[in-house]
Design a protein around this ligand. Structure first.
Ligand SMILES: NC(=O)c1ccc[n+]([C@@H]2O[C@H](COP(=O)([O-])OP(=O)(O)OC[C@H]3O[C@@H](n4cnc5c(N)ncnc54)[C@H](OP(=O)(O)O)[C@@H]3O)[C@@H](O)[C@H]2O)c1
Length: 383
């Protein structure tokens, strides 16, 4: 229940952890807490304060150390000690902010509270995967999401992709959007689909929109630019873009981020950092350095990015091992020749194939939803 409360928390868009807490006394639940906008108290304190005087001697269950990323940890821990639960069960001890965690746990224990750590650990880690990655690396957690046919196509050969998946899957896609700090697509997708990239089919916050566009080919009439002044929109480009286009887009309300250029390997669509300045005769061979872009997005406080395609961007990110989670809506359709979900990754032996852990598969409106965490994420290897 504490995990469920954590996932409901409003800090999904922020850079802090998701925390949920339940207070139990004599086998009854007497207090519940999760991060709520407008309430700066940590989830554990919300739950204990709801239990009031009954909190004394009770057990508090929480997925992560209490008060870890709150603005006044000292004051909140003191208040927690006043409420005097007998025992605190912590699902998983945060692998980041070790010193802060140490301090909090030591104070609670010296105040006479028994601390127990380790319950539903895998679920606790997954619940805070965004926070852990962002805190550890400064890079956003990257989820790739696409809808594909049974034969692995995300569009027909003429570029038609609307819609491969069912309406229920589309709603799920909007749900995913609302759960990420930013949504990112390549210029190919903007030119083919003219998407809005907002949350419409469910209620929830809109993510920041990011378009990867080496030479600023985005047309002024793109739907994403129509409300760019109201809805934060970033166009990630390179020095190959014309300055006049930069100012035009800025006047339309978009932010233009100039990122290092990389050489995109022929056929693989992967990116290799340029050692020298790109030469003007071969513009199509260059692209935006997606790793630098992720770093720049991390620096402006974006902790999670949902990549919605298309094929070239997905391929580059997979080739660079920058994908943490992949969600595929597989529709019972066969397209034949078309645009493949993932291009050439230069994998020649099956043992080098990208693999997943903690995979989940379910049915949604006739589609199969695959949801898994990549084993080969570069940032995971630093854990
Ligand atoms: N079914 C689905 O879920 C789904 C989702 C999205 C899109 N789609 C479909 O996918 C198709 C578009 O895919 P796409 O592969 O043509 O385009 P894309 O991946 O959306 O954009 C690719 C373009 O991004 C730019 N780029 C800049 N830096 C890059 C880098 N490091 N790596 C890769 N690309 C980089 C390049 O253009 P510049 O050199 O000009 O910058 C490149 O041509 C459309 O038909 C669309 O309908 C389907």
């Amino acid at each position: 229940m504490a995990l469920k409360l954590a996932r409901r928390g409003t800090s999904r868009h922020s850079t802090g952890p998701l925390a949920g807490a339940v207070v139990v006394a004599s086998g009854k639940r007497i207090g519940y807490g999760s991060a709520v906008s407008g309430d700066s108290r940590p989830a554990a304190l919300i739950a204990l304060e709801e239990a009031g005087s009954l909190a004394t001697g009770a057990t508090l269950y929480t997925n992560i150390e209490p008060c870890l990323e709150c603005d006044q940890p000292e004051a909140y821990v003191s208040r927690l000690l006043e409420l005097a639960p007998e025992r605190i069960v912590i699902g998983h001890r945060s692998p980041v902010r070790g010193d802060a965690s140490e301090g909090i746990l030591a104070r609670l224990e010296s105040g006479g509270i028994t601390i127990q750590i380790g319950l539903c650990e895998d679920e606790c880690i997954e619940t805070n995967e965004v926070y852990y990655k962002y805190r550890r690396t400064g890079l956003p957690f990257v989820t790739v999401k696409f809808a594909e046919s049974l034969d692995g196509r995300i569009a027909t050969s003429s570029g038609d992709s609307q819609w491969i998946s069912s309406e229920v899957s589309l709603r799920f896609a909007h749900q995913l959007r609302s759960e990420h700090g930013a949504v990112l697509v390549g210029i190919g997708t903007v030119l083919a689909d003219d998407p809005q990239l907002t949350v419409r089919l469910v209620s929830g916050p809109n993510p920041i929109r990011v378009v990867v566009d080496t030479r600023l080919r985005i047309p002024d009439t793109a739907r994403i630019l129509l409300d760019a002044a109201a809805q934060r929109t970033i166009i990630a480009t390179t020095e190959r873009a014309e300055l006049s286009r930069v100012s035009k887009l800025e006047n339309l309300g978009a932010e233009v981020l100039v990122i290092a250029a990389v050489q995109r390997m022929a056929g693989a669509d992967s990116a290799k950092a340029l050692k020298t300045a790109p030469d003007s005769g071969a513009a199509e061979r260059y692209g935006v350095d997606l790793t630098s872009l992720l770093g720049a997005l991390g620096q402006i406080g974006i902790a999670s990015v949902l990549v919605e395609g298309g094929s070239a961007i997905i391929t580059s990110l997979l080739a660079d091992r920058r994908v943490d989670r992949l969600v595929a809506a597989i529709a019972p359709k066969i397209i034949g020749k078309g645009i493949e979900a993932v291009g050439d990754l230069r994998i020649e032996r099956l043992r080098d194939a990208l693999t997943f852990r903690s995979t989940r598969v379910r049915r949604l409106g006739g589609d199969i939803i695959f949801d898994g965490r990549l084993n080969q994420s570069i940032d995971r290897s630093k854990e």
